[in-house]
Design a protein around this ligand. Structure first.
Ligand SMILES: [Zn+2]
Length: 492
């Protein structure tokens, strides 16, 4: 466990030191659960987004794109159920004022409990208190009512040997558990009260549902079809660290795939989407299959309108965690918006003239979480170096160009010519600091797949040395062949 935590610490340190991820608002002491992306992190994030778009939108004739607003009408979120139900159960420590998620507090406590004490409690309480004994047995409290959570909390606080105390200050002095809504309200203009109230979107999906009519009317889509969107979303939640795994502001890639449940069976469609996601993560992002698995949601954790939800999980250094959610949301959202807006949100079948309110399957992923997975999966410590074996398709820089010696103007000039040749085609780095060995190590740490060195022979034979990041093997290639060489490598 200590060693695994250590790996995460190393990845976080590397990400900061080499310009992938910085803590948010750092020069003012930081702002919890926010992060900024540095020069190489920005490239990696953009490459992942572009690949997502290319695979799921550009590459499919049945999916179109959308870019809806971040600031949105309060009625959207009332209709969708977010204003009423999009909430975490929170508890405050009266002594040190720390606020935390009640479910995490209880689950962490149960996980750390002595197993004998745990079994004694289960036999003592098993009959009288079903929720309590179930929480002790499974270690899970998700989906329980506030009353049940409060009851479990009180039972654990009352234990004489090991009462449930604040992990921050060690005191046992709690407020009641309360619901805390995750939507960020925004006050618009000068209008006071509800009329002037909007929300930062809590998911990009709602932007798709409210534009369903517009897309149907302005394009030639026919069922089944999808609308895909990349963009920021906001959740005012308290998180448990782990870098960008969970943050209050993050970028999502969401698709709503609309279909007529009378014409298309949802189960095979659901399987098709599982396969598409698996293919994208393993073949496009190059993630090791052994670190991935699917997990189906149990009844309690699934939204009431969902018929099936499965998560693809990735084995992060801190355990298997949700990466990509796949949910069959039925016609819940379109029905809600149809009723709240009084607009016709059906689509007409051109053959039968039948009016259809489609159902949806929703694949939804956090792009920042994909990025953290890519870093974790690519991180390798070898005897003499640390290397990020990122798939060349998404590596921040594809190529780095070096003059063998920085103090030889003819070599520097030639290397600059090679940079100018490559940079319009590929994200290319240029480095003439230090010795060649140090430059290789520096590029290895940010995952650059190939380094090109201009040496004295280059001036005669118009060839350069290409060094491969993963094998460290070198080969000699003509300058005129370089663009074709890398293009071919990136396609394979
Ligand atoms: Zn406290």
């Amino acid at each position: 466990m200590a060693e695994k935590a250590n790996v995460m610490d190393k990845i976080v340190a590397l990400a900061k030191r080499r310009g992938f991820i910085y803590p948010g608002s750092e020069i003012y002491g930081g702002l919890a659960n926010t992060y900024d992306y540095g020069p190489v992190g920005t490239e990696l994030l953009r490459n992942i987004k572009n690949l997502w778009w290319k695979y799921f939108v550009q590459g499919r004739s049945d999916i179109v794109g959308l870019d809806s607003g971040i600031i949105s009408h309060h009625k959207i979120w009332e209709a969708s159920g977010h204003v009423a139900g999009f909430a975490d159960a929170m508890i405050d420590c009266r002594h040190c004022k720390a606020r935390m998620r009640a479910d995490h507090l209880l689950e962490n406590y149960i996980e750390a409990m002595d197993k004998n004490a745990l079994n004694e409690l289960i036999s003592a309480y098993g009959v009288k208190n079903r929720d309590f004994s179930k929480a002790l047995k499974t270690g899970k409290v998700e989906g329980l009512s506030l009353e049940s959570l409060e009851n479990i909390r009180a039972n654990l606080s009352n234990l004489s040997h090991n009462p449930l105390v604040c992990p921050n200050c060690g005191e046992d002095d709690w407020t009641k558990i309360k619901k805390f809504n995750l939507l960020f309200p925004v006050q618009l203009g000068i209008v006071e009260g509800e009329q002037g109230m909007g929300y930062l979107r809590g998911e990009t999906a709602q932007g798709i549902f409210i534009n369903f009519r517009n897309v149907v009317d302005s394009t030639r889509v026919r069922l089944p079809f999808g609308i895909g969107q990349l963009g920021k979303m906001f959740r005012n939640e308290i998180t448990a660290g782990n870098s960008v795994f969970r943050t209050i502001e993050f970028e999502a890639g969401e698709i709503e795939y609309f279909f007529d449940p009378e014409a298309t069976e949802w189960k095979p469609l659901f399987e098709e989407w599982k396969n598409a996601i698996w293919d994208f993560v393993t073949k496009q992002l190059g993630i090791q299959q052994s670190n991935l698995r699917w997990r189906e949601h149990e009844d309690e954790e699934r939204s009431f309108y969902s018929k099936r939800t499965e998560d693809m999980e990735y084995k992060f250094p801190f355990g298997f965690k949700e990466l990509w959610g796949l949910a069959y949301r039925t016609d819940y959202d379109l029905t809600q918006h149809k009723e709240a807006s009084k607009k016709d949100l059906t689509i007409t079948d051109p053959q039968t003239q039948k009016k259809i309110l489609p159902h949806v399957i929703e694949p939804a992923v956090g792009i920042n979480r994909l990025l953290l997975m890519v870093l974790a999966d690519a991180y390798v410590e070898e005897e003499n170096r640390t290397v990020l074996k990122i798939s060349p398709k998404i590596a921040p820089y594809k190529v780095a160009v070096f003059p063998l010696l920085a103090n030889k103007p003819e070599l520097v000039k030639k290397a600059q010519d090679v940079f100018k040749l490559l940079s319009p085609e590929f994200m290319t780095a240029f480095d003439d600091r230090g010795n060649i060995g140090k430059r290789y190590l520096s590029q290895d740490e940010i995952g650059t797949p190939w380094c090109v060195t201009v040496d004295f022979d280059t001036l005669n034979d118009e060839s350069v040395t290409i060094r491969d990041r993963d094998t460290t093997q070198q080969e000699r290639v003509k300058i005129t062949d370089l663009v074709g060489y890398f293009t071919q490598k990136l396609q394979s």
